[in-house]
Design a binder for this molecule. Structure first.
Ligand code: K2U
Ligand code: ZN
Length: 189
């Protein structure tokens, strides 16, 4: 398995609508395994194929040790009840904002065996599924912000985008020390 580089804001692949997976091949299984390894290394709970530069319609999620593979996912039901929570994105490092989304969703998808399934999701899983399925449709959480908040987020992003030449976050090169410094900037390493 490999840790893949993550594409960051500005890479056109993040704005592409992905292509449905026709058949679950060994190559797709390898991509899914690499995406899980990359997501774990980047301390995420979800990762969509465009975030590693691929245009297949698939994403991986792992919350509380429960891995979930969603191939060709679609949201078939959304609750009218909504809730707001802070979101981040592995493709937009260090930028966070509150996003309002339907509280509960029902998602239909295919698993790695090619079998179709439906999942009723609430709480963090519902939010993560919506965030990842957005990625598969070329949408980012910034798209849900007010003009004022999106402008503020993009202004902050522009101050740090030079850290990602070619819109690439070299995930594999992020050492534990770098991550610790990033997460606890005020502490002596
Ligand atoms: O797709 C991604 O960029 C991974 C996202 C998934 C996500 C976003 C918002 C809310 C839930 C999930 C995250 O960056 S993974 C980081 C994270 C970790 C714990 C809780 C929330 C977000
Ligand atoms: Zn994201």
């Amino acid at each position: 398995m490999s840790i893949l580089d993550i594409r960051v804001l500005g890479d056109p692949v993040l704005r592409q609508v992905t292509t449905p997976v026709a058949e679950v091949t060994d190559e797709i299984r390898r991509l899914v395994a690499d995406m899980f390894e990359t997501m774990h290394h980047a301390r995420g709970i979800g990762l969509a194929a465009p975030q590693v530069g691929r245009t297949e319609r698939l994403a991986v999620i792992e919350i509380d040790g429960e891995p979930l593979v969603v191939i060709n996912p679609e949201i078939v039901e959304r609750s009218s009840a909504k809730d707001k929570a802070e979101e981040g994105c592995l493709s937009i490092p260090d930028i966070y904002a509150d996003v309002e989304r339907p509280k509960d969703v029902v998602v239909r998808a295919m698993d790695l065996d090619g079998s179709e399934y439906e999942i009723e999701a609430t709480e963090l899983l519902a939010r993560c599924l919506q965030h990842e399925i957005d990625h598969l449709d070329g949408r980012l959480f910034l798209d849900y912000l007010s003009v004022l908040k999106r402008t503020a987020a993009l202004t902050k992003w522009k101050l740090q985008q030079d850290k990602y030449p070619g819109f690439i976050r070299r995930t594999a090169l992020e050492t534990p020390e770098e991550r610790k410094r990033h997460e606890h900037p005020d502490e002596e390493l």
